[in-house]
Design a protein around this ligand. Sequence first.
Ligand code: HEM
Ligand code: HEM
Length: 183
Amino acid sequence: MRDTKEKLSNLTIFLHWVVGLTIIALATVGVYMSENEAFEFYPIHKSIGVLIFVVIVVRVYWRFVNGWLQPVTEYKAIEHNLAKIIHWVLIIAMIIMPISGFIMSGAGGYGVSVFGLEIIAAQFDPITKEAIPHNAQLSGFMRETHEIAGWTIIVAIGLHIAGAIKHHFIDKDNTLRRMLGKN
Ligand code: HEM
Ligand code: HEM
């Protein structure tokens, strides 16, 4: 079933919440672990980040095959355009995040594993225990990309949630209910 103005498909609802809630969790853990050097969280952040990428690819493919959602009612152009821009930022950033994370870790010599299953081998100096980068410049560039896109997605999520709250509590329309499958 495709999305209509009245009702969203189960696939849209499922993908929105699985990807959305996972990204909120990854961003929270990501900021916490990098600011506190909590290295014990890196493997789980990376594992879930790689796995969710598979779902993100399906999600983005489905969005473009299915087309963007129609607004539940008519809004002012500025409100509609703002929501559109934020949806684009969210979609683009959700593709950039896992790819940049993957390349940062892989090219940096830290390796990438999914719950212990090695995808890119780590390369540590046996004496200093430091990672030996395959390509330090690429890894550094991807670290910056991951950080900038990470903060961009956090701001966009904040505005996006504020929009959902406004629709639900101020406009009292069906926008949030429709995404919850409850209309
Ligand atoms: C508690 C958190 C969230 C709430 C309450 C929420 C709510 C909503 C609602 C109500 C819509 C429908 C908007 C419309 O009808 O035009 C929507 C769409 C959308 N949301 Fe969220 N959202 C949340 C988290 C996220 C996160 C974390 C992301 C991405 C990182 C995200 C990405 C999107 C995108 C791209 C759309 C556009 C339609 C689509 O592609 O499915 N959302 N969200
Ligand atoms: C949708 C997926 C992902 C999201 C939303 C996400 C989000 C974040 C965020 C917000 C940060 C903190 C950035 C900062 O303040 O420096 C972070 C850090 C990090 N992420 Fe991700 N991430 C994702 C996927 C991945 C993947 C797939 C990998 C690697 C395979 C990865 C590896 C890392 C690493 C190593 C750091 C720490 C960087 C540092 O210590 O400087 N991430 N992530």
